[in-house]
Design a protein around this ligand. Structure first.
Ligand code: AVJ
Length: 331
């Protein structure tokens, strides 16, 4: 039995537990078993990785979080005014939900009370952020969904008692390749009724230098975040990666449209992974691709919306014009 303070205003649902137990071991075996080497970025976020990501969001070079926060601070009331109310607020990949506070506050002002439905794979993140939100907002009720995006969307699609605003913020869309992003937004559209809205936070294409700095910061936090994937293999799967043999690399490609992130091997080595009962050989210069961070132009955002039968109701940029938040409605 799950017990927590504020339990009268907090419930959680776990969808498709098996999918969430998505095997790290299998992914490592597949990704390192043959070239090109790769590891899926969703495995960044264990407790240590989540902590490092929060630290990234505070870095001077990582403008994304601040730019989005600026937009939400300035326009949350307008966003609320443009939505059919009363509604409930859902969020995909809510994480610590810091970015969501301005929205929650605006909807509380507009409609007095609010149900917030965060969807995240990390149960511990959901519990922590829920407790902190419930302590601060007394007219808030939370139903947390611990699941993958897809299962969370299926659940949201069935919840039609009130219209909903689905927030997908933080440029989390960036981890999808462009065609997959189109497919995924179409999936969100399928979970929406005519009165529902989608609030999408997207990082914009920009000059290479700003992107390089944002993904390779001076303090090396992003490098540690990236290398945590190897540290996690060592911790959880009995791996023998020597982290000093690997260098973080963030390369801007596609004319400022994508940052390709990975780890470069600096010294040939043989890495054994006990849980897999085998070893892997790497040569100096080998590259393990760990993440893509895709960027969009305003035009590409419009195309993304149109392809999913959504129209752009409004969109806002930060003063530095680095980031875009778009409010989308079914066509
Ligand atoms: C969480 C996917 C939005 O791409 O900017 C930050 C992850 N990786 N620094 C991003 C990340 C390296 C982040 N997203």
């Amino acid at each position: 039995m799950h017990r927590a303070p504020h339990s009268r205003r907090y419930a959680w649902i776990e969808e498709n537990r098996d999918a969430r137990r998505d095997s790290f071991a299998q992914a490592v075996e597949d990704g390192l078993g043959s070239e090109p080497f790769s590891l899926p970025c969703r495995f960044f976020y264990d407790a240590e990785g989540s902590r490092l990501f929060e630290a990234i969001c505070e870095l001077p070079e990582y403008y994304l979080t601040r730019a989005e926060h600026e937009i939400l601070t300035r326009h949350a009331d307008e966003i609320a005014a443009r939505c059919p109310t009363p509604l409930f607020l859902a969020e995909l990949g809510s994480g610590s939900a810091t970015k969501t506070r301005r929205l929650i506050e605006a909807f509380l002002r507009h409609q007095g009370s609010l149900r917030y439905v965060p969807v995240d794979i990390s149960q511990s993140m959901l519990d922590e952020s829920a407790q902190s939100l419930l302590a601060d907002y007394h007219d808030l009720e939370i139903t947390a969904i611990a699941s993958e995006y897809g299962d969370g969307l299926r659940h949201l699609g069935k919840d039609t008692r009130l219209p909903k605003l689905i927030a997908w913020l933080g440029s989390n869309i960036g981890n999808f390749a462009r065609p997959d992003a189109h497919h995924f937004v179409a999936g969100i559209r399928d979970a929406m009724s005519a009165d529902d809205r989608l609030l999408l936070g997207v990082d914009l294409r920009k000059d290479e230098r700003a992107l390089e700095l944002a993904y390779d910061d001076a303090q090396g936090v992003t490098a540690r975040f990236n290398k945590n994937l190897l540290a996690r293999i060592n911790r959880e799967l009995g791996g023998s990666f020597n982290l000093a043999d690997w260098t973080h690399r963030a390369r801007v490609v596609d004319d400022g449209g994508r940052v390709e992130i990975g780890l470069v091997c600096g010294r040939s080595c043989v890495v054994s992974i006990a849980a897999l009962g085998r070893s892997f050989r790497f040569a100096r210069g080998d590259f393990i691709h760990t993440e893509d961070s895709t960027k969009y132009s305003e035009r590409e955002i419009a195309e993304l919306a149109a392809a999913a039968s959504l129209r752009i109701d409004a969109r806002w940029l930060d003063r530095g014009q680095r980031f875009c938040v778009a409010l989308l409605a079914p066509r």
